[in-house]
Design a protein around this ligand. Structure first.
Ligand SMILES: CC(=O)N[C@H]1[C@@H](OP(=O)(O)OP(=O)(O)OC[C@H]2O[C@@H](n3ccc(=O)[nH]c3=O)[C@H](O)[C@@H]2O)O[C@H](CO)[C@@H](O)[C@@H]1O
Ligand SMILES: C=C(OP(=O)(O)O)C(=O)O
Length: 436
């Protein structure tokens, strides 16, 4: 198992460019299953989750050509669907959340799919009801296969209809859209998720011949088409990585430029950091986080304590709550962090408390952070990364702390951050990867 050894106190200065978005890449790669023709996708991040998904597609028979770094062509013209019945397939699905995104395109194109328990972060309950509900509306049927602990899902002909989702699930919406693009008739999805990941998926599908409107809203209309064809696509910069870099730059930066962020697709992410008092300048499509000796937490107009909480897009993504929390530990002022969507994502604050942060964990969803205003540095520590975003938050804490820290289980960080130690070391960090 690999770990990071982090020498704290080294300041970051210079330019860093975000990778392609993990969650978008997982969706658009799965969308390539919807056609026999080649689909070329650029700016695919070189991260564990995406690489594992690409291997899974190859196992199913998709031809994958790598042209350059991040630039791939996928062709799903000769698939080996019997692989879906293997134990190996079920095991591989259980190692990544993105595997759930295979269901929609397989059901849409072949009328059958296997729902194996997906992997991903252990950050609380992660139900799949919305996916099942959507497929059922389209006319699919489920049978449980107790031997392999999977569901078989089948439909002779999916039929478009109106559906109101029980919640705006990102992967649920992506799956339903991918199943519906070749369904008979028109599908209308209300309470659809509308993150840039979903918008980008819809743009790719339209380029492949689909007929989707309402993109970027929570009311999506899909007029079914006979078949899809090849296309090309560019993955957006990863907004969660951009947010993670803003957090690092605020806490340990001497002036950091985050290049080509696709500002219009960041939504309220920069404003969430601004509410903690972090200064962010915009120059073209770059963000600049200048050196700031203090950042002062804003308060609400009525004078009540600042609260940062997650919400479905265009609200604040839950994937940045852990980073915002760690940034708050050195702010001037107090903030209530409310992680509404996941119930086990804040437990990592125990590690920050060990490092000297002033945090009260009120319950699994809420923590009050009283910032040190840089008057007291966090102490270095030994910790384990429980999930991808707690992992990056602990890395930021370690970079800002006094002494040498050790973070184990960094495979969690590698799931979503490409070559992170070398990219951060290039702007001043001191992080070493070791094999324990
Ligand atoms: C591969 C991928 O794309 N993963 C993302 C996706 O996961 P994923 O699509 O699995 O997450 P969902 O959007 O389905 O839901 C995540 C959690 O939020 C809850 N929920 C969701 C929507 C809602 O309106 N109200 C609500 O309470 C769900 O019950 C669940 O507990 O979305 C999550 C929520 O943004 C992100 O953390 C993940 O990074
Ligand atoms: C929760 C996340 O990922 P996944 O859905 O892949 O577990 C995340 O990216 O923060």
């Amino acid at each position: 198992m690999e770990s990071f050894i982090i020498e704290g106190g080294h300041r970051l200065k210079g330019t860093i460019t975000p990778q392609g978005a993990k969650n978008e890449a997982l969706e658009v790669i799965c969308a390539t299953l919807l056609t026999t023709e080649p689909v070329r996708i650029k700016n695919i991040p070189d991260i564990l989750d995406v690489n594992n998904l690409i291997i899974l597609l190859q196992d199913i028979g998709v031809k994958v050509t790598r042209h350059h770094r991040g630039d791939y062509t996928f062709q799903a013209d000769e698939l080996n669907l019997s692989y879906l019945d293997s134990l190996q397939f079920v095991q591989k699905c259980s190692s990544l959340r993105g595997s759930v995104l295979l269901i929609g395109p397989l059901l849409g194109r072949f009328g059958k799919a296997i729902v194996a328990k997906p992997g991903g972060d252990k950050i609380g309950r992660r139900r799949l009801d919305t996916h099942f509900l959507g497929f059922k509306y389209l006319g699919a049927k489920f049978v449980r296969d107790p031997e392999r602990d999977v569901f078989r899902i089948e439909a002779e002909q999916l039929k478009g209809c109106y559906m109101l989702l029980d919640e705006a699930s990102i992967t649920g919406t992506a799956n339903i859209i991918m199943a519906a693009v070749t369904a008979k008739g028109t599908t209308t999805i209300y309470n659809a998720a509308c993150e840039p990941y979903i918008q980008q998926l819809c743009h790719l599908l339209n380029a492949m011949g689909a007929n989707i409107s309402g993109i970027a809203s929570n009311l999506i209309t899909i007029v079914g088409v006979e078949r899809l064809h090849g296309a090309s696509h560019m993955v957006l910069p990863d907004m969660i990585e951009v947010g993670s870099f803003i957090g690092m730059a605020a806490m340990v930066g001497d002036g950091v430029r985050i290049k080509n962020v696709s500002l219009q697709n960041l939504g309220i992410i920069p404003d969430a950091f601004r509410r903690l008092g972090v200064k962010i300048q915009v120059e073209g499509d770059d963000l600049i986080v200048p050196y700031q000796p203090h950042y002062v937490v804003d308060s609400f107009i009525d004078g009540t304590i600042m609260t940062l909480s997650d919400a479905p897009w265009p609200g604040l993504t839950p994937d940045l709550i852990s980073v915002l929390l760690v940034v708050a530990t050195q702010a001037r002022g107090s903030v209530l962090i409310h992680q509404k969507m996941f119930e086990s994502r804040l437990f990592f604050v125990d590690k920050l408390i060990d490092m000297g942060a002033q945090i009260i964990l009120c319950d699994p969803h809420r923590a009050v952070v009283v910032g040190h205003d840089h008057k007291m540095k966090l102490r270095a520590g030994r910790m384990t990364s429980p999930d991808i975003r707690a992992g990056i938050a602990l890395l930021i804490a370690a970079m800002s702390s006094q002494g040498t820290s050790h973070i184990a289980n960094i495979a969690q960080i590698d799931r979503g951050y490409e070559d992170i130690e070398n990219r951060l070391n290039a702007i001043g960090a001191c992080i070493k990867r070791v094999n324990d």
